[in-house]
Structure formats: structure tokens, C-alpha cells
Ligand binder design. Structure first.
Ligand code: GDP
Ligand code: MG
Length: 321
């Protein structure tokens, strides 16, 4: 088997990803890159690699899997050059992420039918900020966007969404604090229809105390949406905070067990040196990762693409071209 001798980027750099993954790249991943700058492949290499992957929050199981696959490939392909082994690792990592994105459904926006996105996740993970990012993302395609303040627990949450609506120039449907989220969604569906809105993004509270309550609430919102648009919500997005690591992953898996999630956004990648979380999310949840959040502004978002993600872990801006 012929491997490329030079370790290089496969795809065009993505500035948001490069920025978001900077801490992870400068930390653990630069050490991983350096690991392979040795003269031969030995046991130390594998042991150090496993430890570094775990440090990057790739997760115990996934780290073991990657390292044992690498060992196997090196053995069966008779690889002796460490830099070739590094290339194999990179390809393995891309494949692992591709498995999770494989079942991403193609979203079709129909004219005259609002495309409804229901956004869920534990409180503080970045739901509302991610809504602003998604709004902006769809606006860039020339779509009209409306927001619905379905997190009615705190007045501040409603205000926060209104501020984003003002900044982005999208209408926000909101009721008073403590109102029934179902009533907000009902009004929003009607307004979206009347005003010919292309995309309606619905915020929700992440603080329902039991799994049962959460599920009941989201099911109720779903039924209300479906009275207007049978296919709604066409996207159910779960926001996972990258800074919460494996702990956040456990909380996220509770959501995926209770609610049918179609897409994942990993937020706050810029705030962590543990960008390896994407690999455990991909492996453990099996739900497609569709977006990553890389900052607090509406523009700080990238579509999730496996090869670009892995390349951003290994190469900085302008490097490896
Ligand atoms: N650094 C960084 N901060 C973020 C990101 N997404 C959200 N935040 C911040 O995280 C905090 C909680 O976000 P918010 O959207 O209110 O979370 P929610 O409670 O799930 O709606 C806020 O201070 C946001 O500015 C991100 O991608 N990067
Ligand atoms: Mg919120």
C-alpha cells in the first residue's frame, strides 16, 4: 500500500473550525503530531497515543479502538515509517466521524411550508446562542427566519432571544415568563404560516426535572407543530457543550434516549482543549453531528464535516496546505 509521505490537509481549511479547535490543536494534538516524529514505531508510541487521546476527551473506548485499529493496520500493511502510521490514524479518525454523519438526512425546504427546528439540550449548553447561529446560517441562504421563545422559565431567556432577533432582523414570537411553551409554539406556527416564513426555530427550556416531564413537554410541542405542518419538526437539534466533556455526553445520551434527535450541535469548542469529544459523541450517540459552535457570536459556527474537523485538529490556519 502506498501512503502519501507528507502529512497534509485533505480539504480546504475552515476558519471557524481552525479557530474553534485551536486550544485542542495546540495542546494535545500537537503532542500527537510530535509523537510520530520519531525514527520507529514502538510500543511507547501506542501507549502515549492512547493516553493523549483520552486527554483530548476522545473517550476511553474510542481511544482504545483507534489505537488497536492502528496497531492492526501497521502490522498487516507492514508499515515501518511513523509518519505513515500518523496518516493511517488520521484516516481512521475521519472514518469514525463519517459513520456518525452517514445517517444524516437530507433536509428539504418546501416553498410555503415552514421548516421547523426544535432546539433541545441541558440548560447553559448554548441553545439560545446556537439558535442565533442557525438563524444566521439560514439567512445566508436567503431564507426568512422566525424565532419562538419556548423557554418560558426565565424572563431573561425570553429577552435574550429578543435581543438576538433584533440583531439578526428576525421576528420573535414570545409570551410572558411562565407561559405555556405550547401556546408560544402554537402562535409561532400560525405566525410563520401567515408571514410565509421559511424557517422557524423554537427555543426550549433545558431544566425539566425528570426525563418523563421533558419527553412529555417535547411530545406536546411536536403535536402542536404537526397540526400546522405534518412533517414538523423537520429538525430536532441537541446542543452539547464541549466544555462539559464526558459528563455532558452522559446527559446528552439521556436526551437521545427520550427524544428523537435528528442532529447535534457541539457548542463551545473554542472554550476547551478537549475537542476530541466529537469522537465519543459520534461513537456513543450515533446521532449525526451537523454543526459546531466556535464562539459567542452568530457567525461562530461551522457545518460539521469529518475530514475538515480532523484536519483542523492536526493543522493550524494556512498550515499543511
Ligand atoms: N465560547 C463560547 N461560548 C458560548 C458558545 N455558545 C454559547 N456560549 C455561551 O454560553 C453561555 C450559555 O449560552 P446560552 O445560549 O444562553 O445557553 P442555553 O441556556 O442553553 O440557552 C452564554 O454565555 C453564551 O454566550 C460557544 O460556541 N462558544
Ligand atoms: Mg437559553
Amino acid at each position: 500500500m502506498v501512503l502519501r509521505r507528507f502529512f497534509r490537509r485533505q480539504v480546504e481549511p475552515d476558519v471557524h473550525l481552525d479557530k474553534g479547535l485551536e486550544k485542542t490543536r495546540r495542546g494535545v494534538f500537537s503532542e500527537i503530531t510530535r509523537l510520530f516524529d520519531r525514527s520507529e514505531i514502538d510500543d511507547d508510541l501506542y501507549e502515549d497515543l492512547e493516553m493523549l487521546l483520552i486527554q483530548a476527551d476522545v473517550g476511553w473506548d474510542v481511544s482504545q479502538q483507534l489505537v488497536s485499529e492502528l496497531r492492526e493496520r501497521v502490522r498487516t500493511d507492514g508499515i515501518i515509517n511513523p509518519s505513515d502510521a500518523r496518516e493511517i490514524l488520521r484516516l481512521e479518525m475521519i472514518t469514525l466521524l463519517e459513520l456518525a454523519t452517514r445517517n444524516r438526512t437530507v433536509k428539504i425546504l418546501q416553498r410555503g411550508v415552514p421548516f421547523v427546528i426544535l432546539v433541545t439540550g441541558v440548560n447553559g449548553t448554548g441553545k439560545t446562542t446556537s439558535i442565533a447561529k442557525l438563524a444566521r446560517y439560514h439567512q445566508n441562504f436567503g431564507r426568512t427566519v422566525m424565532l419562538a421563545a419556548g423557554d418560558t422559565f426565565r424572563a431573561a431567556a425570553i429577552d435574550q432571544l429578543k435581543v438576538w432577533g433584533d440583531r439578526l432582523g428576525c421576528a420573535v414570537i414570545a409570551h410572558q415568563q411562565g407561559a405555556d411553551p405550547g401556546a408560544v409554539v402554537f402562535d409561532a406556527m400560525q405566525a410563520a404560516h401567515n408571514r410565509n416564513v421559511d424557517v422557524l426555530i423554537v427555543d426550549t427550556a433545558g431544566r425539566l426535572h425528570t426525563k418523563h416531564n421533558l419527553m412529555a413537554e417535547l411530545q406536546k410541542l411536536r403535536r402542536i407543530m404537526q397540526k400546522h405542518v405534518p412533517a414538523a419538526p423537520q429538525e430536532v437539534l441537541l446542543v452539547i457543550d464541549a466544555t462539559t466533556g464526558q459528563n455532558g455526553l452522559v446527559q446528552a445520551s439521556e436526551f437521545t434516549k427520550s427524544v428523537e434527535i435528528s442532529d447535534i450541535m457541539i457548542s463551545k469548542l473554542d472554550g476547551t482543549s478537549k475537542g476530541g469529544i466529537a469522537f465519543s459523541v459520534a461513537k456513543e450517540l450515533g446521532t449525526p453531528i451537523s454543526y459546531v459552535g466556535t464562539g459567542e457570536r452568530a457567525t461562530d459556527m461551522a457545518e460539521f464535516r469529518p475530514a475538515a474537523y480532523v484536519d483542523s485538529l492536526f493543522f493550524g490556519e494556512g498550515e499543511g496546505l
